[in-house]
Write a protein that binds this ligand. Structure first.
Ligand SMILES: [Zn+2]
Length: 583
């Protein structure tokens, strides 16, 4: 509907800008009394309208060009004047054009759309994807096929009855295997009469652990809840691939077992789960009541919480949310579980429910008194203090109008602190500065880098401008002389290199001055050397004039001096000295 409205506005009314959200006030006024979410979720609605329209206008801009191509194709088909169904489907499938939109656009061009053909193509595509998925449940990238009647393993072929979940209060229980069947990859699907294993739901991941019986041990890697039956996907300690269903039944069916959840892992999960409730409440307090949960992941090592909010959070908002959560943690508030609460009562108390989630007549509520009240079927700590420390790692965009926070608690937060500490330690030992002094040490380093870059820049321009202008012929030898200001030994040497480069008859003499010091560099080409030119002797004579000394090899030599005012005088005798050497 949004898309059609945008299309009408754009093409029929010629509104070239994002406009639909402006109609909100009128609609809210007319219908707000009937649909109270129209008022309470104002910000979300307006933001969504804006985003949807922007997205669709993008699609439209991209697709319109394609459409004209498709219209040409349609005119060329046997039933000219009709857009074939498969083409309309392709527009839908590839460019996101809903059928109605294609119809409108085609109508403008006097072309009809083969609607039956469209639905046929759609149905075909759906069947193709269903065939690709089959009735399988995908587990860890492996396609796992089983249906519960197979799992029952009973002669009467009845499905196992729903499993009694005892995991809220215990992580270990005695149980009986009521069904088992092999699944691909040598694993087993196992059902128990009762289990402490939580099966992934509401963002909280499944428990792991072991099921142990007389003479066997099954490592539980994951769970799937199907029609109330908790299906444990487990790795057996015996080779199950060779077993027939009958042999398997003999081994496992009706066996008494101990089902034991990996309790430390579960504790990490509960810390993260209760923390998401605190986070949810804190976000609403800091950002506003428009914030609602849009998704979550509660894993042992971290938590992820998606929520409706139109823009990125500022560092201050994020810090405030983190502070609020940690405050509740440090207050050691009890976490209260209310089971079998009539839904009407939960609503009256203002418990937060998931938008679009189906709830039964009675619900389970998790309450942190005075702070958070949510409908939830997950596993929680008994007291907020168990969370230990709550630390936000990232805040980012998850989708349009939806933000995402990733955070850690307990062991995860401790690991994070340790990691940060070791990173800081590494940085301070590299920069030879205390952790607290790192920012200023880095500033200094950046400054140095800037200076170095400037120097390099200057050096490059000096080197490239070191021309052959100052070259004189001395008995067939080329003497190049250059004087540099504010140049150190490295720069002076580089310029000398450049002047002598690739010319065996060349003698380069370069003087550089900086901070009241003089540097002299001489470089002599091979041919010049064979004629008697000597770099070491040359710079020694020059250095005397600037009050210094030095010398070196015949092909390359450096010298220093202390009187920059006499540099030109020193350079001026280079020609005479060289003449004497080569005569
Ligand atoms: Zn929850």
């Amino acid at each position: 509907m949004i898309r059609r409205a945008v299309l009408k506005g754009d093409r029929a009314l010629g509104i070239g800008e994002v406009f639909l959200w402006k109609l909100y006030e009128g609609v809210a006024e007319a219908l707000g009394g009937v649909y109270d979410e129209l008022i309470s979720r104002r910000e979300v609605i307006v933001e969504t309208l804006k985003n949807e329209e922007e997205l669709f206008r993008g699609t439209l801009a991209k697709g319109i060009g394609e459409l004209s191509h498709y219209l040409k194709l349609a005119r060329r088909t046997p039933q000219a004047g009709t857009m074939p169904g498969p083409l309309a489907f392709q527009l839908y499938d590839t460019y996101g054009f809903p059928l109605e939109v294609t119809q409108e656009l085609c109508a403008e061009a006097g072309i009809e759309v083969d609607i039956d053909g469209f639905y046929e193509a759609l149905k075909e595509a759906q069947e193709r994807s269903r065939a690709a998925r089959g009735n399988a449940t995908v587990y860890g990238g492996v396609v796992v096929r089983f249906d519960l009647s197979v799992l029952s393993g009973q002669r009467d072929n009845a499905k196992p009855t729903p499993t009694r979940f005892v995991g809220y209060d215990a992580t270990e229980t005695q149980a009986t295997i009521v069904g088992a069947c092999p699944v691909e990859g040598g694993q087993l699907a196992v059902a128990l009469d009762q289990t402490p294993f939580y099966a992934e739901s509401g963002g909280e991941v499944s428990d792991t652990g072991v099921i142990e019986g007389e003479g066997f041990r099954l490592e539980v890697l994951d769970l799937i809840k199907q029609d109330g039956v908790y299906v444990h996907l487990a790795e057996p300690d015996f080779d199950a691939t060779g077993l027939t269903q009958e042999a398997l039944n003999q081994k496992l069916f009706r066996q008494a077992v101990t089902a034991r959840v990996d309790a430390p892992r579960r504790r990490r999960i509960t810390r993260n789960h209760t923390a998401t409730h605190l986070l949810h409440a804190a976000l609403r307090q800091v950002l506003g009541k428009h914030v609602t949960q849009a998704g979550s992941l509660v894993a042992p090592d971290h938590l992820r919480f998606d929520f409706t909010h139109s823009k990125g959070m500022t560092p201050d908002e994020l810090a405030e949310v983190e502070r609020l959560v940690n405050e509740r943690v440090l207050e050691a508030r009890p976490v209260q579980v209310h089971s079998d609460v009539p839904i009407a009562e939960a609503k009256k108390r203002g418990a937060m429910a998931l938008f679009g989630e189906k709830y039964g007549d009675t619900v389970r509520m998790i309450e942190v008194p005075g702070f958070s009240l949510e409908l939830c079927g997950g596993c929680h700590v008994r007291n907020t203090a168990e969370i230990g420390l709550f630390k936000v790692l990232h805040e980012s965009s998850a989708a349009s109008g939806v933000r995402r926070i990733e955070a850690v608690t307990g062991e995860g937060a401790y690991e994070w602190v340790r990691q940060m500490e070791s990173t800081l330690y590494e940085a301070s030992s590299k920069l030879k500065a205390q952790a607290a002094e790192l920012p200023s040490a880095i500033e200094r380093l950046q400054e140095q880098l800037r200076d170095e870059r400037k120097r390099l820049e200057r050096l490059r321009s000096q080197a490239s401008s070191a021309s052959t202008e100052n070259v004189v012929d001395v008995e067939g030898i080329e003497l190049a002389v250059e004087s540099l200001t504010d140049a150190d030994m490295q720069e002076t040497t580089l310029v000398a290199d450049r002047l002598a480069e690739g010319n065996p008859r060349r003698v380069a003499v370069v003087a550089g001055t900086s901070n009241g010091k003089v540097m002299l560099v001489a470089k002599v080409g091979e041919e010049a050397r064979s004629r008697g030119a000597h770099a070491g002797n040359l710079v020694r004579d020059l250095a005397k004039i600037v009050g210094g000394g030095g010398g070196g090899r015949p092909d390359f030599a450096t010298a220093g001096g202390k009187d920059p005012s006499r540099v030109n005088e020193a350079l001026s005798i280079a020609e005479a000295v060289l003449r004497k050497q080569v005569q």
